[in-house]
Design a binder for this molecule. Structure first.
Ligand code: CTP
Ligand SMILES: C[C@](O)(CO)[C@H](O)COP(=O)(O)O
Length: 231
């Protein structure tokens, strides 16, 4: 059984607001996507790294150094879920991944994933038939807003609530089935698609450093984390 990393990198980065998609912004000496590719390339347990970009991507060929274990697939979709579904389909159709091999879906924008968290996910969920995801227990008090207004409707009890991170790891055939015949706009992570099959993936303790570069004001912290190195 092999572990394959699938990196959806077909987003436009509208919340980040740079003059190119945020995965191609340079932080700590190289692009965000290059940092993400390299962190999987540093882990000998990862057999292949599949980078899924949009068919119109104008950056990947010039800005990314591909390690031997990695390949680019130009099958990105309109939504993150569609990008992942297209990626899983092409990997299975071309027998780059077998049905029982695991796929670790990881946001290109989470370029600070520590190796310790990646190994914890592989150790805990790598052989589990229902897979698992990195996540961290919610630490802040949660408020629900009143309809569209910026006033508090209620405080939501946080006990038992976790924030989902990536990687999200599943056997390839299960992930393909979960992403078939669904509304991609309703799916914000792979686990929620698998949950719809009545399956309960594992929650594996993530790491607060595994943040998703989302807005411009995340950039300084992400750059600082990258400069320190990820253990
Ligand atoms: N159609 C899409 C949309 C997103 N992604 C990827 O999914 C990851 C997480 O998405 P997000 O952080 O939301 O990135 P963007 O969609 O680019 O950002 P925004 O929503 O601000 O436009 C990113 O690596 C992004 O490139 C993708 O592959 N295909
Ligand atoms: C998959 C994810 O990173 C888990 O937290 C998140 O749901 C992606 O959300 P986005 O809005 O597509 O960035």
């Amino acid at each position: 059984m092999k572990h394959i990393a699938l990196i959806p990198a077909a987003g436009v980065g509208s919340r980040f607001g740079a003059n190119c998609p945020k995965q191609y912004v340079e932080l700590a000496g190289q692009t965000v996507l290059q940092h993400t590719i390299d962190l999987f390339n540093q882990n000998s347990r990862i057999h292949h790294i599949a980078i899924i970009v949009s068919p119109q991507d104008a950056f990947v060929d010039t800005l990314i150094r591909l390690p031997e274990r990695a390949a680019v697939y130009r099958v990105g979709g309109e939504t993150r879920a569609e990008t992942v579904a297209n990626g899983v389909n092409i990997l299975l159709a071309n027998q780059i991944v077998g049905e029982k091999d695991t796929i670790l879906v990881h946001d290109a924008a989470r370029c600070c994933l520590p190796q310790s968290a990646l190994n914890r996910l592989l150790d805990t969920a790598g052989h589990h038939p229902y897979g698992g995801i990195l996540a961290i227990p919610v630490a802040d008090t949660l408020k629900r807003q009143q309809n569209q207004e910026t006033k508090i409707a209620e405080t939501v009890p946080r006990a038992g609530l976790w924030q989902a991170q990536t990687p999200q790891l599943f056997q390839a055939a299960l992930l393909q089935k979960a992403l078939q015949n669904i509304d991609f706009n309703e799916i914000t992570d792979e686990a929620s698609a698998v949950e719809r099959l009545g399956i309960q993936p594992l929650l594996v303790e993530g790491d607060s450093r595994n943040i998703k570069l989302t807005r411009a004001d995340d950039a300084d912290y992400v750059a600082w984390l990258l400069e320190r190195g990820n253990a």
